[in-house]
Write a protein that binds this ligand. Structure first.
Ligand SMILES: [Zn+2]
Length: 378
């Protein structure tokens, strides 16, 4: 049986582990409604989608004429980014493919990336993060007790992609973010990936070494690359009829790609974070959001989602191996880690947050602390 917190939506599988979830009189949650709104706003109607996709591809090609690359894309070895690379090849784009290595790649991820690149014959640039710095920020986030430890990776990936795009005079960044498999994600479960002020403040309070190489994407960089150079991000998967199961089959058949058995499980840290830290400390099972998105986009039924949620989030042996690996790599003792896990969650907004409209919506996260505590006591 899936383990739910409080009330569950009758349409998807979201529950009150999202402290801000609301239900209408029929028992349908706000995420189901917001999914529809997002899909209407961000997705081109199916009958016009192909034409719009072709128009975008041709624009990228035209503007990239005479340049070594016409676009840039980040590859993790996961479904979305792998398929994006495949799609680029199919449509004669000439991307610079970038892999961001934060030290946590699984062997399978490395293998998948190698297979994909050798089949598609694209140039690969691997950006290896300064591990001592990255470790120091990850430890700072763990000690701070904030929820979105992955925000630092996402922030650094954006920073790296924009900088490389600038360096190679590339106008378009292709992003694998897509509505039909990712739209639902409660604000309380993540934090604004763009807020470098928050990263700096958390690191100032809990870090131990100065950050000299971390690829911050601050407001000056944003102005430089987005406003001045006009670099644009395109969520290209929103312009096709994107079906996760079908896409994974294509990747397996054509690129010798292998499944990781979980969203973003190409990274060992992410697997441990989503499979252990989030559910144990924050009472968050991200599968609920992923599966709910797939229900809303009609890619699975609610019964299928319930069945999947009934499976353990982590294989016991895998958890043991991963925990040992993660603690050793971070230099954390078992005792210190258990202390961190027992600490009350702390909202990101207990630290400095960036100013300006894009950050304002996060200020209301302040009341999250007592709500999270009350959920934990249930
Ligand atoms: Zn719902």
């Amino acid at each position: 049986m899936p383990s739910f917190v409080g009330r569950v939506c009758v349409n998807c599988v979201m529950d009150e582990s999202d402290p801000f979830i609301s239900f209408d009189e029929k028992g349908v949650c706000n995420h189901c409604k917001e999914y529809k709104e997002k899909a209407t706003k961000k997705l081109v109607p199916l009958n016009q989608r192909e034409a719009e996709f072709k128009r975008i591809i041709s624009k990228i090609q035209t503007e990239g004429k005479g340049k070594k690359y016409d676009c840039i894309l980040g590859i993790s070895g996961g479904t979305d980014s792998s398929y994006m690379a495949y799609l680029a090849k199919k449509n004669d784009l000439r991307p610079l493919v970038v892999h961001f290595d934060n030290g946590w790649n699984s062997e399978l991820a490395v293998k998948n990336i190698e297979n994909i690149l050798s089949k598609l014959e694209f140039d690969l640039e691997t950006f290896v993060i300064d591990w001592e710095e990255f470790k120091d920020i990850q430890l700072a986030y763990l000690k701070a007790g904030v929820i979105d430890i992955e925000a630092i990776t996402d922030h650094a990936i954006a920073g790296t992609l924009y900088k490389l795009a600038g360096k190679h005079n590339i106008k378009y960044i292709l992003s694998g973010y897509n509505i039909v498999t990712e739209a639902i994600l409660p604000n309380a479960w993540v934090y604004n990936k763009q807020d470098h002020i928050n990263i700096i403040d958390i690191h100032n309070k809990f870090g131990t070494i100065p950050l000299k190489n971390f690829p911050f994407f601050d407001s000056i960089s944003r102005k430089k690359y987005i406003n001045a150079k006009g670099i644009k991000t395109i969520n290209i998967l929103n312009y096709i009829d994107y079906n996760k199961k079908e896409v994974q089959q294509i990747l397996k058949d054509e690129l010798d790609w292998r499944d990781y058995g979980g969203k973003h499980y190409e990274s060992i840290f992410t697997r441990f974070y989503q499979g252990y830290i989030l559910p144990t400390k924050f009472n968050v099972d991200k599968r609920k959001a992923h599966l709910s998105t797939l229900i809303c986009s009609g890619q699975i039924t609610r019964d299928e989602a319930l069945k999947e949620l009934g499976e353990p989030i982590y294989d016991f042996e895998q958890l043991k191996t991963d925990k040992e690996f993660v603690l050793k790599k971070l230099g954390l003792s078992e005792k210190k880690f258990e202390d961190i896990m027992k600490q009350e969650p702390v909202p990101h907004s207990d630290f400095k947050v960036g100013t300006g409209s894009i950050y304002d919506e996060y200020k209301w996260l302040k009341p999250l602390k007592p709500i999270l505590s009350s959920i934990k006591r249930k």
